[in-house]
Design a protein around this ligand. Structure first.
Ligand code: BJW
Length: 230
């Protein structure tokens, strides 16, 4: 198991107190996806979208990484091979849990993006809809988040990692959103063993060769112990 590639979703941060998207009381039960997570929604009502991400940025600053984030940080440090984490999450709990080889494929709450020149900078805790870009001065700041219909970040590099994986783990993601939901198929094509961590089998659960059912703080920590003991 030389190269381990791990995909994470909202479920890994749930036990830190960050709500998931598709739970009955999750974010999409309280906000319309079309309004807060599409470029069209941002065009229609930038303040609504910026306020949505301001609230999530404030919440993320108040919570702590849980045992699953910390176990993945330890795996990267102590595994003799390569460990790469790809997260769909926009919080910074992996970084704070010790992971450094990390890809935020759906962007980051801590980053702001200029829609005019693509410059990125550290987002203030509270963004305003028409903040100016520090590089080109256009009033075109937006949260650095990948919305529906936009291309997730670093796709070529991520597919390269997936094709090289000996072991692919998917943690706390429902398998509803592409291209992330297609990663297991890509890893299998490259010959990886695949394992899913979730409270239940996900929408794409039948594509995995192994399942670990239960809260990530417990199942991921136990799995990391197993790998490091091999
Ligand atoms: C636990 C737990 C615990 C809870 N322990 N587990 C038709 C077919 C196929 C694709 C499309 C289609 N029509 C449109 C598309 C494309 C579209 C898409 O996938 N739509 C689907 C809805 C069908 N995708 C896109 O538009 C993407 N871009 C794109 O495709 O570009 C073109 C392209 C072409 C070719 C190659 C590459 C690209 C962009 C997607 C952007 C997603 N954006 C969001 C919001 C922004 C970020 C944010 O605000 O935070 O990202 S949507 C939202 O969903 C967020 C998440 O990252 C993403 C995934 O959600 P996640 O993480 O899986 O959360 P949940 O809530 O769904 O699941 C949580 C899971 O955890 C559950 O299973 C629980 O059981 C579990 N759990 N507690 C373990 N303690």
């Amino acid at each position: 198991m030389n190269k381990i590639v791990i995909l994470t979703g909202a479920g890994i941060s749930a036990e830190s107190g960050i709500e998931t998207f598709r739970a009955e009381d999750g974010l999409w039960a309280k906000h319309r996806v079309e309004d807060v997570a599409t470029p069209e929604g941002f065009q229609r009502d930038p303040k609504l979208v910026v306020d949505f991400y301001n609230a999530r940025r404030a919440q993320a600053a108040e919570v702590e990484p849980n045992a699953a984030h910390i176990a993945l940080g330890r795996l990267e440090q102590e595994h003799r091979g390569e460990v790469v984490v790809i997260t769909q999450n926009v919080d910074d709990l992996h970084e704070r849990g010790g992971t450094t080889r990390l890809h935020h494929m759906h962007g980051e709450l801590k980053s702001a993006l200029c829609a005019a020149c693509d410059h990125r900078w550290a987002a203030p805790l509270v963004m305003a809809p028409h903040d100016r870009c520090p590089a080109c001065a256009a009033a075109a700041a937006r949260p650095d988040i990948v919305w529906f219909g936009e291309m997730p970040y670093e796709m070529d590099l991520l597919f390269q990692h997936l094709s090289e994986a000996d072991l692919f783990a998917s943690i706390g993601t429902s398998g509803n959103v592409y291209p992330a939901a297609g990663f297991v198929a890509e890893a299998r094509r490259g010959g990886a063993h695949t394992v899913e961590f979730n409270l239940e089998r996900s929408a794409i659960g039948n594509q995995f060769s192994e399942h670990r059912i239960g809260p990530a703080s417990q199942t991921v920590s136990a799995w990391v112990e197993e790998i490091l003991a091999r």
